[in-house]
Design a protein around this ligand. Structure first.
Ligand code: ARG
Length: 466
């Protein structure tokens, strides 16, 4: 925890009274924004080098700043740095420490910049790395799902609508549906990275600076693609945080849908899946239980990530231009969203290879649930009935089968013919779940052949990622 003491405020010149301790505690952000220290130091180094190149700092001053900042960074890395909440935030803690170490040159570092462009720069650098990390783990999770889809391209399970068994599908097809959501998430994150990777450095407090700065030089040094072209927007803008969090919110919703299915499928009532001992817990009172905690926690975490999005949107709503201190509130939601997404993705990517799908149970459920009723209707259409009439006939057949407690393929031909004389002995081929999935052999269909093609397509998408 940062220590508060009576350090001199870096902005204290026009003040005669001292800061109320309540104010100090209320306004300090260093207990969370210390996480930006690496980005802050990188930004300062780039700024100092640029100031030297344009003749504002001497080589000697630059050298001292460079050494001082690197020393501070190692101390922070090692956990030896003394943070102070009296110095408010990460920026002033580092700057004060620099001046304490190297004297005059330290005081010159802030020439031609403000904490307003500094914090925006730090956040963009931090989030750029964060988005790259999210994309990496997302790729790992997708790879795990695609591998499973390949293994289960031919395995049959019931597909659901309204949580009722609807039509047979292949498990591989279902797993690829999950992957499809994640593929879109990946593309969204990659897209928002473009708008994150723009340099606000040099826009200073709001209007730019009167020093002959070279913004392109700092942008290039920091790996930004371009410089922000309006200084007011550059310090006032937090769209990049909101956009990231919006994509994260949707990702979290997607993960919660996957998690919810795992919760259902692992319950004794479904018994479709064994989640692996490493990712479940037992009950302290009910010895028979194996609880799907990972899936439940992931489902729950969608709430906080979506809450963070709302917090950020409301933070920016109605804010007058340009920078306002409100913006200090952007960091905790950003860090929390990033942490939550990363750990959720990590844990799912590690869990999936240990998940065992009980394909026999799935197959049996698909076969028992009148899931081939649509295939029977399609069969009747092929025999010349209009689809609506076919639907009516099959409805009656299913109603009878439910009363008799038999599956469709157990109904004798004579009974079928009692309902419709177009039904012949070849009907039994379409009543199998294998026949049903195999028939759906078109782009996007559930046939094993299509799943195998889709697996290859998904693999090449992953392979094309840099
Ligand atoms: N800690 C502040 C923040 O996170 C840094 C910027 C402060 N700027 C200012 N004009 N007071 O937003």
């Amino acid at each position: 925890m940062p220590q508060s003491n009576n350090l001199k405020k870096l902005w204290g010149g026009r003040f005669s009274g001292s800061t109320d301790s309540l104010m100090e505690a209320f306004s300090a952000s260093v207990n969370f924004d210390w996480r930006l220290y690496r980005q802050d130091i990188r930004g300062s180094l780039a700024h100092a080098r640029m100031l030297t190149a344009v003749g504002v700092l001497s080589e000697e001053e630059m050298h001292q700043i460079d050494n001082g900042l690197r020393q501070i960074e190692s101390e922070i890395d090692a956990g030896d740095f003394q943070w102070s909440s009296a110095l408010e935030d990460v920026h002033m803690n580092i700057e004060a420490a620099l001046t304490e170490r190297i004297g005059e040159a330290g005081k010159k570092l802030h020439t031609g910049r403000s904490r307003n462009d500094q914090v925006a720069t730090d956040m963009r650098l931090y989030l750029r790395e964060g988005v790259d990390d999210v994309c990496d783990v997302l790729t790992r999770l997708q790879r795990a799902l695609i591998e499973l889809a390949e293994q289960h391209a031919e395995d049959i399970m019931p597909g659901f609508t309204h949580m009722q068994s609807a039509q047979p599908v292949t498990l591989g097809h279902h797993l690829l549906a999950w992957n499809q959501m994640l593929q879109r998430d990946y593309e969204r994150f990659k897209d928002c990275r473009k708008r994150i990777n723009i340099s606000p450095l040099g826009c200073a407090a709001l209007a730019g600076t009167s020093y002959p700065i070279d913004r392109t030089m700092t942008a290039e040094a920091l790996g930004f693609d371009s410089v922000a072209t309006n200084s007011l927007d550059a310090v006032a803008d937090r769209d990049f945080v909101i956009e990231f969090n919006a994509h994260a919110a949707l990702l979290a919703v997607h993960l919660s849908r996957i998690a919810e299915e795992l919760v259902l499928w692992s319950s004794g009532n479904f018994d479709f899946v064994d989640l692996g001992d490493g990712f479940c817990t037992g009950s302290s009172i009910m010895p028979q239980k194996k609880n799907p905690d990972v899936a439940e926690l992931i489902r729950g975490k969608a709430g906080r990530v979506n809450g963070n999005l709302m917090a950020l949107l409301m933070l920016m709503k109605g804010q007058p231009f340009t920078y306002n201190r409100d913006n200090q509130e952007d960091k905790e939601p950003m860090f929390d969203t990033l942490d939550t997404c990363l750990i959720s993705l990590e844990v799912l990517a590690a869990m999936f290879p240990q998940v065992r799908f009980k394909t026999n149970v799935m197959h049996k459920e698909a076969a028992d649930g009148y899931a081939t009723a649509t295939d029977l209707a399609d069969y009747l259409v092929r025999k010349g009935l209009a689809f609506r009439d076919a639907h009516e006939v099959v409805g009656k057949v299913v109603g009878m089968a439910i009363l008799d407690k038999v599956s469709l393929d157990q109904i004798p031909l004579s009974q079928f013919q009692h309902h419709c004389d177009a039904i012949e002995s070849d009907v039994y081929e379409v009543l199998t779940v294998e026949g049903s999935v195999k028939a759906r052999n078109h782009i996007g269909g559930t046939a094993p052949e299509q799943v195998k093609i889709a697996v290859q397509d998904a693999k090449s998408l992953l392979a094309s990622r840099s």
